[in-house]
Design a protein around this ligand. Structure first.
Ligand code: PRX
Length: 688
């Protein structure tokens, strides 16, 4: 029909069923209008005129889809989620959706609890018939062009074999397997193989020290560790197998180490315990039927830092997690079969789990696994590789963008990036200058920026723009995705309305939410649900503007975010005090141009010890050895005394201001046991 001069087309197939209902056109401005059905519901009318180009039409369709999703969730959430569950292939389709409660008396996080499925079937088997010969994984090594590709059929074969390999090492459903690997296809294969037989993987970032690895092996009780002889990053080798040997000595309990031959380097093998991946592969059957898993069976454990204690084993389960990453990959990146998706994260972090491996593969889309660094052999690496491989959607961290921006435009503009259509960011707040540069120089002003806010605990993105469906603002992760209900609360937990700033909580469960802290359910409840009862507390602060957009301001707890890597200040402190010459340490974050936050450590030495440059270097090396290079302090200030309350609590608020170089803002020091300590620290501040 026509509305005024504009020809009107109905864009929904379902519309035929409603054609007898009376339409009330609220507004037709050439971009569509809302109309109401006489059953009280509202639909958006798609209006198409010759004046629109395709892009605008896409915008209307996507905005409409998103609005419909929000609407359907509000009306009947369980029906909505059971409908979304059709994105996956189930052995036994669930009849129940959300059975979660954040309240202390009936606390539980549970989704699709009577459904059965296997994750590897969803990421591989179900694509075989239609696109078995399509590329699934593109491996790009440390040296440009060093690599190989695997089709979905190749992946199927390798995953089945390695799954049988794990079985032959005695791994059964529910057993934990540690992966300490480079970014090679074998890492994804091992993850998927665990999922195929119902083993629980725990990937440990290859940059962590043997001590950190040992803690994780011991905490999850792993019998098998999968690693490589060595890793290669930025032209330097990393002794992965040797680190595993050291860790296993410390942790004990490991019966088998499987070693991928990443380079020609030879390593010591312990007979009866160590086996080469390629040799194991030859001894097993090529066929491995998938283990049917309950939706709530554990899928993986991933250790992450909190404000206190040792890193926690964040546990995710099968059905809800997979649905969440499948759905969000689709909403945020709209991946289609001819896309090539490159998320630059390492599989040692949650982003690598959700958006290098599971999200793209579940959607049947090719994913890049990059085993290098952004600056090797030069600052054009991302762009040279994107051009050569034909990357269409690129997803990285603000810290990398800031570091590359510093190198100027030439390393980018030298390359033809016309295939790129969308750019994502994750891990920390992105400053508007970096956002603009990413958009203008990398994206040629053409690609939308998808700033995704989420956490290890959330499984996948929670606050992020759906491209094409909404306006973006540089520096804001925009609004929550369908099914995510954020609020801002004050220190007492009072919900704040409108344009405001507060602590970010989520009031209802979503399918991708973590289920527990492995081995410590009480800690799970205490950490996330006791601060503001009845809600999940994220640990982040945020502002909300007049359009309801969220601007994440960063952590409000003792967690810092260094180059997008999350770290507990308490972990760095305990590494420092483990040094024989250190009596006490207090660690805070400070603003850092490239890393977002840097690590500033105040160290009190044992009585009679003198701090000098050599000891500073020694302590930095010590922390690297204890935790890993990402925890290396940027500045160490020797402090004869630390500002403490009379009850002995260190006043970090004051230390943060000193580290930031803003002594004028330390505020009230009258409650300190020794107020003079502050002046001394201010006077001796280290310029990082
Ligand atoms: O402070 C937030 C920050 O990273 C934290 C989560 O870290 P992690 O569990 O390691 O997961 C990182 C990858 C999902 C959050 O509490 N963060 C993450 N994404 C953003 C962010 N801060 C601002 N904007 C983001 N887009």
């Amino acid at each position: 029909g026509k509305v005024g001069d504009i020809p009107v087309y109905i864009g929904s197939a379902q519309f035929a069923a409603w054609k007898h209902t009376q339409l009330i056109l609220d507004a037709v401005d050439g971009r569509g209008g809302m109309f109401s059905l006489d059953n009280g519901t509202e639909r958006r009318l798609l209006v198409r005129s010759r004046a629109f180009d395709d892009k605008e039409l896409g915008m209307i369709d996507k905005a409409d889809t998103l609005r419909q999703m929000h609407h359907d969730i509000a009306r009947d959430p369980d029906a909505f989620w059971l409908n979304q569950a059709r994105r996956l292939d189930w052995e036994s389709f669930p009849t129940r959706a959300n059975e979660s409660s954040f309240d202390a008396d009936d606390f539980a996080i549970r989704w699709f609890a009577d459904g059965e499925l296997n994750l590897s079937v969803n990421c591989i088997d179900r694509h075989l018939e239609e696109r078995g010969d399509q590329t699934a994984v593109v491996f790009e090594g440390d040296e440009p062009g060093e690599g190989r590709t695997l089709t979905f059929r190749d992946l199927y074969g390798e995953v089945c074999r390695f799954a049988n390999g794990l079985k032959s090492c005695g791994v059964a459903k529910g057993d934990r397997v540690i992966l300490y690997m480079p970014m090679v296809p074998e890492a994804a294969i091992a993850m998927l193989a665990c999922a195929r037989i119902g083993a629980v993987h725990s990937v440990v970032f290859g940059g962590f020290s043997p001590d950190s690895l040992a803690d994780r092996i011991a905490d999850c009780g792993a019998k098998v560790v999968v690693t490589a002889n060595e890793g290669m990053r930025g032209g330097k080798s990393i002794p992965l197998k040797q680190n595993v040997d050291t860790a296993c000595c410390k942790a004990g309990g490991v019966e088998t180490i499987v070693i991928v031959r990443r380079t020609d380097a030879r390593v010591d093998l312990e007979a009866g315990r160590d086996v080469w991946w390629d040799e194991l592969r030859e001894t097993v059957d090529a066929d491995c039927p998938p283990e049917p898993m309950n939706a709530e069976d554990p899928l993986f454990i991933l250790y992450t830092s909190g404000s206190t204690g040792k890193p926690k084993g964040v546990l995710h389960t099968t059905g809800g997690y997979l649905l969440w990453v499948t759905l969000t990959t689709d909403l945020l990146f709209g991946l289609k079969q001819d896309d090539l998706f490159w998320c630059t994260a390492d599989v040692g972090w949650i982003t690598g789990h959700s958006y290098v491996v599971y999200g793209p593969l579940s959607n049947g889309v090719a994913t890049v696994m990059f085993d290098g660094v952004p600056t090797y052999p030069d600052a054009g690496r991302f762009w040279e590789t994107s051009e050569r491989l034909g990357v269409t959607v690129f997803y990285t961290a603000p810290t990398a963008i800031r570091a590359l921006m510093r190198e100027g435009d030439a390393p980018v503009t030298r390359h033809d990036l016309s295939k790129l259509r969308l750019l994502g960011t994750v891990g920390e707040p992105i400053n508007p200058e970096a956002w603009q540069w990413y958009h203008r120089v990398v994206g040629g002003g053409r690609c939308e920026i998808v700033d995704t806010w989420w956490q290890t605990e959330t499984g996948g993105a929670l606050i992020a723009p759906v491209p094409g469906a909404m306006e973006t603002k540089p520096g804001s992760a925009t609004r929550s995705l369908p099914g995510v209900f954020p609020e801002l609360v004050d220190a007492e937990g009072k919900v704040l309305d409108g344009t405001t700033e507060g602590n970010l909580v989520i009031t209802q469960s979503w399918p991708g939410q973590m289920r527990t802290v492995f081995g410590d359910h009480e800690r799970f409840f205490q950490t996330y649900f006791s601060t503001y009862p009845g809600t999940y507390f994220t640990g982040d602060g945020a502002q909300r503007d007049e359009d309801g957009y969220f601007w994440i301001t960063g952590r409000v707890d003792d967690v810092i975010n260094v180059s997008g890597h999350r770290m507990g200040t308490a972990e760095v402190e305990s590494a420092l005090v483990a040094h024989p010459r250190v009596a006490e340490a207090a660690v805070v974050g400070m603003p850092h141009d490239i890393k977002g936050q840097g690590i500033y450590a105040f160290v009190t030495l044992n009585a009679g010890e003198e701090g000098d440059a050599a000891l500073r270097d020694e302590l930095r090396a010590w922390v690297r050895k204890e935790i890993g290079p990402i925890a290396t302090p940027d500045a160490i200030q020797f402090a004869p005394g630390l500002p403490k309350t009379r009850s002995g609590k260190i006043m970090r608020r004051i230390l943060r201001k000193i580290a930031e170089g803003k002594p004028g803002e330390v505020g009230d020091t009258s409650t300190l046991a020794e107020p003079a300590v502050v002046e001394n620290l201010v006077a001796k501040r280290i310029e990082p």
